[in-house]
Design a protein around this ligand. Structure first.
Ligand code: SF4
Length: 212
């Protein structure tokens, strides 16, 4: 089986199991800016931790203007448990101000506009587009997507940017937004980092890294 076939079978098999799962593990958001800020906060943290933070955060700052005008020290303390909280507080506040000033308080929809916002890289932008619009211009590469792409030998590249470029060639654009969620859920539960559970993995009949 070549890598195009492996990519196709991966999407087909995992969609059966995870197709109806939520496209993100992030909760508590009710609109575009809250989702974007939850995704920014989730960098180098985990969704459960961010869900605890956003439960309080979006009550305390109910509008993007309230967040843009927040006292910086107070905002940093509000998100302290997310890690890298000073940098993240700066990103949230600068992104809020930029969205208000340059986009009439509405989060822009296009990738090239999104990645100009402070704290928003391609991964964040692709996750945001996929969840909000049900499409994305690229594939969000997180630690699970990176690990599984290499184990399935879809690519041997190491950096997120190179992995994204490689796996975008294996899927039609209409499917880009589905790749991150299915690999995220499978990577979190079955193809885990330390000891993948190949014996119960539905990809084990073609995966080049299968241990069985
Ligand atoms: S067979 Fe094993 S290594 Fe391959 S995708 Fe499944 S869990 Fe991961």
């Amino acid at each position: 089986m070549n890598k195009f076939d492996r990519a196709g079978f991966t999407l087909k098999e995992l969609s059966k199991k995870y197709g109806k799962y939520p496209r993100t593990g992030l909760k508590n958001w009710k609109n575009d800016w809250q989702l974007l800020f939850a995704v920014i906060l989730s960098a180098r943290s985990n969704d459960d931790q961010i869900n605890k933070i956003t439960l309080r955060l979006f009550k305390k700052y109910p509008s993007i203007k309230a967040l843009a005008d927040a006292d910086f020290e107070s905002l940093a303390l509000d998100i302290k448990s997310s890690g890298f909280y000073n940098a993240k507080a700066k990103h949230l506040q600068e992104a809020a101000r930029s969205i208000i000033a340059n986009h009439s308080s509405k989060v822009p929809s296009k990738l090239d506009q999104l990645i100009k916002l402070p704290g928003v890289g391609r991964k964040t932008a692709n996750v945001f587009q996929g969840v909000i619009y049900g499409r994305s211009e690229g594939i969000a590469v997180d630690t699970h997507v990176a690990r599984m792409s290499r184990r399935l030998k879809l690519t041997s590249k190491k950096t997120a940017e190179k992995i994204e470029t490689a796996i975008m060639k294996l899927y039609p654009k209409s499917k880009y937004h589905l790749i991150n969620p299915i690999l995220f859920w499978h990577g979190r539960t079955i193809c885990v980092a330390r000891k993948p559970k190949c014996e119960v993995c539905q990809l084990n009949y073609f995966c080049p890294s299968s241990l069985i």
